[in-house]
Design a protein around this ligand. Sequence first.
Ligand SMILES: CCCCCCCC/C=C\CCCCCCCC(=O)SCCNC(=O)CCNC(=O)[C@H](O)C(C)(C)COP(=O)(O)OP(=O)(O)OC[C@H]1O[C@@H](n2cnc3c(N)ncnc32)[C@H](O)[C@@H]1OP(=O)(O)O
Length: 187
Amino acid sequence: MKPPADAPVPARHPDAPAPGEALGSHYGECFGCGGAQPHGLHLEARAGEGVNVTAEFTVQPAHQGAPGLAHGGVLSAALDETLGALNWLMQVIAVTGRLETDFVRPVPVGTTLHLDAHATARHGRKIFCAATGRLGGPEGPVAVRAEALYIEVRVDHFIENGRDEEIKAAMADPDQVRRARAFEVNP
Ligand SMILES: CCCCCCCC/C=C\CCCCCCCC(=O)SCCNC(=O)CCNC(=O)[C@H](O)C(C)(C)COP(=O)(O)OP(=O)(O)OC[C@H]1O[C@@H](n2cnc3c(N)ncnc32)[C@H](O)[C@@H]1OP(=O)(O)O
């Protein structure tokens, strides 16, 4: 997943949230960041100084694979959600095309995973990025890391592909619509 050598590092959008600002949830029902998912990750991301974010997620009993340990797919989801939050700093809408995860250490239930993600290159609609999850603190040992490719899409991607029920509900939510419009006028 190497970007072309001349692909620039993506720029922070002038309207990006200020460094340290909490990004909030992009959708209440999102498994990664939504408040309405009882077994979701409830991941909270904050803007960094560049095109980077930090986030935390505490592994719950509902996230187990082996006894007392986080499921690998759940850890990939945490990396995916953290990487997805980079969208906000570039003010683009992008979805995961490829996500390659290294699982370096087991992650016990009750552990807080400290995640960070940054964008490394942009080439047309392709955004290359990387993330790390550390145990116990931002300087803790690396448990998981990922390299990923996100592909920029238009808001129609969701409207055309999502189930009607949820799309209608999302469109009726003024906050969601405002956010989607902001993206559409500031591509
Ligand atoms: C009122 C309603 C409002 C709603 C508002 C909602 C706002 C929400 C805002 C923000 C959401 C943020 C959400 C964050 C959550 C975390 C992120 C996720 O989990 S996302 C879910 C998982 N991902 C998918 O479901 C993608 C499924 N895949 C697709 O839909 C398509 O494959 C898509 C869009 C990714 C690409 O399809 P193409 O037809 O548009 O484009 P092509 O031409 O195929 O690819 C473009 C370039 O990318 C490369 N590419 C595509 N996929 C690749 C891959 N897997 N590996 C390597 N390269 C790939 C291609 O080779 C091409 O490259 P070359 O331009 O030719 O150089």
